[in-house]
Design a protein around this ligand. Sequence first.
Ligand SMILES: C[C@H](NC(=O)[C@@H](N)CCCCN)C(=O)O
Length: 453
Amino acid sequence: MLFAYMFVDVMSPLQSLIETQRGWSPESFGYYAGAEYIFNVLGFLILAGIILDKMGVRFTGTLSASLMVGGALIKLYAVSNMFEGTGLESWLDSWWTSMPGSAKLAAFGFMIFGCGCEMAGITVSKAIAKWFNGKEMALAMGLEMAIARIGVFAIFSISPRLADWMGTPTVVIPIAFCSALLCIGLLCFIAFSFMDRAYDAETGTSKNSGAETAEEEFKVSDVAKIFSSQLFWIVALLCVLYYSAIFPFQRYAANMLQCNLDLDATQAADIFRWFPIGAAILTPFLGYFLDRKGKGATMLIFGAVLMIVCHLTFALVLPSVPSTAIAFSAIVVLGISFSLVPAALWPSVPKIMEARYLGSAYSLIFWVQNVGLCLFPILIGQVLQASNPGITDPLKYNYTVPMLVFASLGVLALGFGIWLKILDARNHYGLELPNINPTKEEGIMTSEGMTME
Ligand SMILES: C[C@H](NC(=O)[C@@H](N)CCCCN)C(=O)O
């Protein structure tokens, strides 16, 4: 997941460079960024859940890592000089002419990569659930997310520097570097598969390399049941609204800082990289806190409030007071928000969804979330373009309107967080309770939705 998250954001600090070098407009960049989720939204993620339940962690993990490598190589080819002047480029340039051929092919590669990345996300969750069954699940999930966030921190630091490495700036070197890392990631997963097989032999798990039991298997009838649950929709909508104001923002953040503070790509990325590193440091501690003290619903509300404050600062304060200190503080606070919500959200799902269809519930929440992650970068690209008529210099955009859109998503997410807390107080789902029973240290609410005695 470390290398996957690095690849996701390898282009984020290079928006202005790809615009200058390959003629990608903000709108094209938005379409490219949203492409990661298109196949997932069209149903691949639901299929991925079925494959995971039927074929197990080892097969699905290897397949997902291979998809990521394949998609990365297509994207690498699309931005490389080898693609320039080919028949494929001429053909791709000949239709939907506002989107360059290189952006179309890169977006296609990113679609394939996105299938692998999200499939890997649910596979890793299931693998953690299996390996940490009856142990500190929220802490383990927090650590996994922290490692992924370190990847984002690393790539925001490395990408602009790699781009400048050869003297003439190019996006090819950072993408080639991350593609090589994904190949190493595939080898790591293959190595994990051997460990997982040995673990099964040791623990006597028979089938599909997982703790899959008949009652955990994906059933089509469960989809209807999950979709008709009010709680599912509250959690899924909170998730999609919150994450749509985080991951799509991540794509534009470096350029937003460049435009407001008159920085180069490296300086902007150097400020922004503290957002994921703050989240990486705090998330495991919050997972530990949640395991022992609870307060999950309160953490969701508090996280949404912090996000609104930060996005409003970027929208309204930074353009009139272009201060690096203000930008840096808002970035750090956003990192705190991005620890609170994921640390509380994912371990809360087992408390409100039946254990029988928990795996499907996770995959369907990811699916709803992916709709937002797919549409919002496109919408933000369009809003940025529409709110900056006649601006051709990628360092002169005014980001007020796009940042207000992100802040509004936070307000809606806050509404769902409050609603969830009210329902929890009324119906006692246990969202505010610790996962570990204080009288029995070993009694942990697992992501399989059961309390292990
Ligand atoms: C665990 C969670 N991951 C997700 O929500 C993914 N569905 C989206 C990942 C986006 C990068 N491709 C998280 O990272 O908090």
